[in-house]
Design a protein around this ligand. Structure first.
Ligand SMILES: Nc1ncnc2c1ncn2[C@@H]1O[C@H](COP(=O)(O)OP(=O)(O)O)[C@@H](O)[C@H]1O
Ligand SMILES: [Mg+2]
Length: 226
C-alpha cells in the first residue's frame, strides 16, 4: 500500500494579470520506507510541490491520498495531520532564532502533546546521537548555516514522522556532513519506515535515493541517472 498518492495535481500562481501553471496533472506515489528524489531546474516547481504535499500551500485541482484515504484539505485538519505525520526540512531551515537548539528540536514533540521534560530529554538524546550535544543550549542565531541545517534535520525526524519532506537539505554542508545527513535520513526510511521526498539540484544526492523523478513542464517523469 502507498502511504502517499498524489493524483492529478494542478497548481497555478497568479500575480496581478499574469498566471503561471507550475504543476499540471502531476502524479506521484510513495510507499512506506521509500525514498524519492525530485530533480529539476530552478523554478520548475520543486518547492511548490513539497509545500503542497506538506499541506502548506493550496492546489487548484486533484487529490492527495494519505494511507488510502483522501486527505482533508481544510486548515485545521491539515495542521493536525502535519504535526502527527510529517517532518519537514525547509530550504532555509525555518528555525526559531530566539530559541535554543534543544528547544527547536523538541518543538514537534511539544506540538503532539508530549510533556516538556520528556520532549527535551528526547531532543537532547537525538542531538547527542548526532554529535551535536554541545550545541544544545546555544541560540539558533549564533549557529553557522551548516549547524542550522543539521538542527533542522533533527527537528524533522524527532517525532518519527511517516513522511519526511526535504528541500535541498544538504546545501550548506561539506561533503562529509552531507553523507552523514543522507545516511541519517535514509535510515529513517529503512529502519523507521518513513517515506522520504527530497528535492535536490545534485545528481550525486539524487542517486542515493531509491528512485529519481524529474519535474519538468509541471509533471514528474522517472529518470535514470548514471
Ligand atoms: N508565491 C508565489 N507567487 C507567485 N509565483 C510563485 C510563488 N512561489 C513560486 N512561484 C513561481 O513558481 C515557479 C516554481 O517555483 P518553485 O516551486 O520555488 O521552484 P523550484 O523550487 O523548483 O526552484 C517559479 O516560476 C516561481 O517564480
Ligand atoms: Mg526550491
Amino acid at each position: 500500500m502507498f502511504i502517499l498518492e498524489i493524483k492529478g495535481i494542478k497548481k497555478t500562481y497568479y500575480q496581478g494579470e499574469e498566471s503561471i501553471v507550475v504543476l499540471e496533472d502531476l502524479y506521484l506515489n510513495l510507499s512506506m520506507g521509500e525514498s524519492v528524489a525530485i530533480v529539476g531546474k530552478s523554478g520548475s516547481g520543486k518547492s511548490t510541490l513539497l509545500n503542497i504535499i506538506a499541506g502548506l500551500d493550496k492546489f487548484d485541482s486533484g487529490q492527495i491520498v494519505w494511507k488510502g484515504k483522501i486527505r482533508r484539505e481544510d486548515p485545521a485538519s491539515l495542521t493536525l495531520w502535519r504535526r502527527r505525520n510529517v517532518g519537514i526540512v525547509f530550504q532555509f531551515y525555518h528555525l526559531l532564532p530566539e530559541l535554543s537548539v534543544v528547544e527547536n528540536v523538541a518543538l514537534p514533540l511539544l506540538l503532539i502533546g508530549m510533556d516538556r521534560k520528556s520532549a527535551y530529554k528526547k531532543a537532547l538524546l537525538l542531538l547527542k546521537d548526532f554529535g551535536m550535544g554541545a550545541f544544545a543550549d546555544r541560540e539558533i542565531r549564533y549557529l553557522s548555516g551548516g549547524e542550522m541545517q543539521r538542527v533542522a534535520i533533527l527537528r524533522a525526524v524527532v517525532h518519527r514522522p511517516s513522511l519526511i519532506l526535504a528541500d535541498e537539505p544538504t546545501g550548506s554542508l561539506d561533503p562529509y556532513l552531507q553523507e552523514r545527513v543522507l545516511d541519517f535520513l535514509l535510515r529513517a526510511c529503512s529502519v523507521g519506515g518513513a517515506g522520504l521526498v527530497l528535492a535536490t539540484h545534485s545528481k550525486e544526492i539524487a542517486m542515493r535515493m531509491d528512485r529519481v523523478v524529474e519535474l519538468r513542464d509541471g509533471k514528474l517523469r522517472p529518470i535514470m541517472l548514471k
